[in-house]
Design a protein around this ligand. Structure first.
Ligand SMILES: C[S@@+](CC[C@H](N)C(=O)[O-])C[C@H]1O[C@@H](n2cnc3c(N)ncnc32)[C@H](O)[C@@H]1O
Length: 289
């Protein structure tokens, strides 16, 4: 009974998700970001959390002198100051309201570009692309097309430093919250409420989790290792955790001191000459959507 009900809601909602045209979903997401007024209150300022501070240290340890770099989906520019050793910085976002805020944070050598990173072209090849929590694909093909464009922007052997939400972390957090609530004898949600939430979170293609009316891709560690290598012949130099304190995401949680904190995946991916440029199949599949 339960499983038939589950199957029904899963299939009907999946149809709805797939029915929304790609252009509509992209525009809708862009408009959501264009409507953000107070980023730190409405979203999250990762740069002042534990994981963000580690990322800033990481960037400051890189030798960026004389390098041309870009921060794709820079939002209000919290990570731009960490790039100040570079000779040129491109700060890119499709939300002009957020770029406007980034202007007060970017070092003097920053050029601000309003663009969708899917179509982004820059006048020169880059040594480093930084993309922190800004890879927001609408489908797997779209994810590959965006990643491909990031690699196309790089010089041969240039680096992509990609930070994305971790699927494993989401699942662990989700389970812990439920087990902790049960163990503490807290009032349980009704089955209907759990199903409604379950449907919103998980009734999407693998790795996509629905918050409010947006669908966000979460990534497995092994995907971080395999996708750039298999699809683009890029070399994944490192995949690491950027841990966020429990207190930064869920205050007053009981088990914070006995479980690992939530985390994002960071990956350092090195472009390999020609690999991204010769694979035309993705461009074709993107044009067909
Ligand atoms: C969660 S915020 C992250 C901002 C910043 N990187 C940080 O970590 O503080 C995501 C940002 O990515 C931007 N973004 C998402 N998809 C984009 C796209 N296709 N092209 C350009 N910007 C995009 C959004 O407008 C938003 O500013």
């Amino acid at each position: 009974m339960f499983s038939r009900f589950l199957r029904n809601i899963l299939s009907s909602s999946l149809q709805q998700l797939n029915a929304a045209p790609m252009d509509y979903r992209v525009k809708h997401r862009r408009n959501q970001w264009r409507a953000v007024r107070d980023y730190d209150a409405e979203v999250i300022n990762l740069s002042d959390r534990a994981g963000g501070a580690a990322l800033i240290d990481f960037l400051q340890d890189m030798d960026l002198s004389g390098k041309v770099v870009a921060d794709l989906g820079c939002g209000p520019g919290h990570f731009l100051p960490a790039l100040k050793a570079a000779s040129k910085i491109y700060a890119v976002d499709w939300a002009e309201n957020l770029l406007q805020q980034a202007r007060s944070r970017g070092p003097g050598q920053t050029t601000y570009v309003t663009a969708d990173m899917r179509q982004l072209q820059l006048p020169e090849a880059l040594d480093l692309v930084l993309c922190v929590n800004a890879l927001m694909p609408e489908s797997h093909e779209d994810a590959l097309a965006i990643l491909k464009n990031m690699l196309i922007l790089l010089k041969p052997d240039g680096l992509l430093l990609l930070v994305v939400p971790a699927w494993e972390s989401f699942m662990l957090g989700y389970n812990l919250v439920h087990f902790a609530a049960a163990a503490q004898g807290q009032e349980q949600e009704s089955e209907r409420a759990i199903l409604a939430r379950f449907r919103d979170y998980f009734n999407n293609p693998f790795g996509y989790i629905r918050y409010t009316d947006e669908t966000y891709r979460h990534w497995l560690h092994d995907e971080m290792l395999l996708i750039p290598a298999l699809h683009f012949g890029a070399e994944v130099l490192n995949v690491f955790r950027l841990a966020i304190r429990w207190s930064d995401v869920l205050p007053n949680i009981q088990f914070a001191d006995v479980t690992p904190p939530p985390w994002l995946w960071g990956a350092v991916i090195q472009n390999k000459v020609g690999a991204a440029r010769t694979d035309t199949s993705l461009r074709e599949s993107k044009a067909a959507t």
